[in-house]
Design a protein around this ligand. Structure first.
Ligand code: FAD
Length: 500
């Protein structure tokens, strides 16, 4: 089904979108976002029935709920398992009051849905620090470089050809049905890793691509279906601009171009506040039964009857719900074959962003150790410096499972190999281990290995009776990203709204 190209709130005034919450609440929202969101959630008994229940209070579920409430003008209730909203976006406050993100953070060109939503909620962006050189550590050798790829003559040609061929194949896919491509089965029967090895002269390119797949999918090249990766690249655009590898992977003009002032979690917090009593926290859903023309949604806080349900939780969490009737076998198999990636974010906080003075932008890649990809994660005022390590895929399986003290040591050594020994002495170390999060199960996204997308892909958005599917994994553009979460929320709500 086509997605809503514009925000459905475009024609509404800011006050209407706030659901009559009024100036007092708006002031609260703009001030203490946590407090305002918490205060606005439903504290008493759940209603016995509503038009639509939304399962999951991440970005996608909250967007869907706002769409149902303010665009469709129907009653809605969000049931969220955790004691907070936001799901995979989570702010972390540093001792000096600055905020960094422990989950989803970056946005870039063509991610217009999350950008429009943030603007509407008064959340501003700032450009990710990108002045100066990047650093590459390969075979123990450190090299500074400008541009997107380290200028290693041994891999430069291979890297350029790989990127070109990925873009060409991705451009042939229909993002809403990648399984329909004549080569879908062939591309889906191999991993990205096997394709890379068959199509490059120097296999060191695989290491370079790992520095993209480990943060991007929480997985290694040999775990990812080639078709799935091509589709992901094809999704890195919009209705007017074809997705490209560069837009997905770059900082300037790419998906890592900007961050949100005050942290990305401000977006779901402010959405929750505008939903005013329509979000119930600590309400994990464990059973959904459909009978007599209704859905009965069983949660830890009670049962709610609804005409339609929108499920907006990560694919593996859908399998944790007791379904009556059972999900169709192909949809179950699809979900079983969509594991969450293994990924954590480790941040070291320094008195100053010292690498900037040395002409480095904080972006680094390495072929070894705990830090295979790093970014400058400093707050916009740069009052403290923050280096961020993405520890994903097999790197997570080595380092993510260590004690915190041991991992901290390895992460700081990884930063030191890139940016010098000053990196060994942070004033604070912060980390968030997503695979250990009960209601997410991994990060940043659910991925697919071989022979899943081409066989079971057609089930990804197919409603199950009165149940509709949201969540970033169901989006056709920027699937896996905050933008995809917004798109999917609107699409699922528009679908459900037809029947309310
Ligand atoms: C480390 C990390 C880095 C990332 N980096 C970026 C980035 O830079 N840019 C970007 O755009 N995206 C990034 N992402 C991805 C982005 O955060 C997600 O795509 C997006 O937030 C997903 O939103 P969602 O609403 O679809 O799902 P979620 O955020 O997962 O929300 C689902 C909600 O469902 C709830 N839930 C689960 N099970 C149940 C149940 N049984 N009952 C009730 N509730 C339930 C969960 O608690 C959760 O709140 C990153 C994610 C992570 C974790």
């Amino acid at each position: 089904m086509a997605e809503t190209p514009q925000s459905p709130f475009d024609h509404l005034t800011r006050r209407a979108v706030l659901g009559g919450a009024g100036v007092g609440l708006l002031t609260g929202v703009l001030g203490g976002a946590w407090e305002a969101a918490e205060a606005a959630t439903l504290h008493g008994k759940l209603p016995k029935q509503v038009d639509c229940v939304v399962v999951g209070g991440g970005i996608s579920g909250l967007v869907a709920a706002r769409h149902i409430r303010y665009h469709q003008q129907k009653s809605v209730l969000v049931l969220e398992a955790r004691d907070r909203v936001g799901g995979r976006v989570l702010n972390h406050k540093l001792p000096n009051g600055s905020v960094i993100e422990s989950g989803g953070a970056f946005i870039g060109p063509t991610q217009n849905h999350i950008a429009a939503l943030a603007k509407q909620l008064g959340v501003q962006t700032f450009k990710e620090y990108n002045d100066g050189q990047s650093v590459s550590v390969s075979k123990g050798q450190r090299q500074l470089y400008t541009g997107t790829v380290p200028p290693d003559p041994a891999i430069l040609l291979d890297a350029a050809l790989v990127q070109l061929r990925i873009d060409q194949m991705a451009a042939e896919l229909d993002v809403s049905q990648p399984w329909a491509h004549p080569n879908a089965k062939t591309w889906d029967s191999q991993t990205l890793g096997s394709w890379l090895r068959a199509n490059t002269l120097n296999h060191d390119v695989v290491n370079l691509i790992l520095a993209w797949t480990q943060p991007g999918f929480g997985a290694d090249v040999d775990e990812l279906s080639l078709l799935f990766v091509l589709w992901y690249v094809a999704c890195s655009g919009d209705e007017k601009n074809k997705g490209t590898f560069e837009r997905n992977s770059n900082t300037a003009d790419g998906a890592q171009e900007s961050r949100f002032i005050g942290g990305s979690q401000l977006i779901p917090l402010r959405m929750a506040a505008t939903l005013h009593n329509k979000v119930a926290l600590n309400a994990p859903v464990h059973r959904i039964a459909q009978r007599d023309g209704y859905c009965f949604v069983h949660s830890a806080r009670g049962v709610v009857r609804a005409k339609r349900v929108i499920v907006a939780c990560p694919p593996p969490m859908v399998l944790g719900i007791d379904w009556h009737p059972q999900l169709p076998a192909p949809r179950r198999t699809l979900l079983e074959q969509m594991p969450m990636g293994d990924l954590m974010k480790c941040d070291a906080v320094y008195k100053t962003p010292f690498w900037r003075k040395a002409g480095m932008n904080g972006f680094g890649i390495s072929d070894a150790g705990a830090v295979r990809a790093s970014f400058d994660n400093s707050p916009p005022d740069g009052k403290v410096g923050v280096l961020l390590a993405f520890v994903g895929g097999s790197t997570w399986r080595t380092y993510g499972t260590m004690s915190v003290a041991n991992r901290r040591k390895h992460v700081l050594e990884g930063f030191a190999a890139m940016f010098g020994d000053e990196a060994l002495h942070p004033i604070e170390y912060v980390e968030h281990n997503w695979p250990h999060e009960k209601w997410t199960g991994g990060a940043p996204v659910a991925f697919m290995g071989p022979n899943t997308l081409s066989t079971y892909g057609p089930w990804i958005r197919k409603p199950h009776g009165r149940v509709h599917w949201a969540g970033t994994e169901t989006s056709t553009y920027w699937t896996g990203y905050m933008d995809g979460a917004v798109r999917a929320g609107h699409r699922a709500a528009a679908e459900a709204g037809l029947h309310l």
